[in-house]
Ligand binder design. Structure first.
Ligand code: 5GP
Length: 125
């Protein structure tokens, strides 16, 4: 079944400039901005500008230019935040997808979390 993209989702509206955001970095294909409800001292959302619903959708249908731009942007943000394990204390990336992933916003996004110990990956169910 094709992925159904909702053009009214919050991140689509941010990309259209209808809702303000605290931009961390912007490139040709990627936007990164601060999460409105940070769960850690560093909490940055990285999104492609294209209409992708989930990480698997992005992996399947994005162009190589979009994919490279996305991951290079992610890496440069980690370096600029000082959270890479070679220079800092590390970080976690999360991408929630669908119902079981408890995805709130149906536009592919990566959470970068850092700046404190983050505990184990998952809480017991
Ligand atoms: P999800 O649960 O979909 O992985 O995460 C969505 C994230 O988007 C949440 O962490 C939430 O705080 C963030 N968020 C929701 N609405 C807005 C908004 O209008 N602006 C920003 N910057 N973040 C938002």
């Amino acid at each position: 079944m094709p992925y159904a993209y909702d053009d009214q989702n919050i991140f689509a509206r941010i990309l259209r400039g209808e809702i303000p955001n605290n931009t961390v970095k912007e490139t040709e294909h990627t936007l990164a901005f601060a999460d409105i409800q940070p769960q850690a001292p560093h909490h940055v959302l990285v999104i492609p500008k294209g209409r992708y619903v989930t990480a698997d959708h992005f992996a399947a249908e994005a162009s190589e230019a979009e994919i490279v731009d996305f991951w290079r942007t992610f890496g440069s943000i980690c370096a600029e935040l000082g959270v890479t394990p070679d220079a800092g204390d590390g970080y976690r990336i999360i991408s929630n997808a669908g119902e079981h992933g408890v995805q709130e916003v149906p536009h592919f996004h990566l959470h970068i979390l850092g700046g404190r110990g983050l505990g184990r990956m998952l809480q017991p169910a």
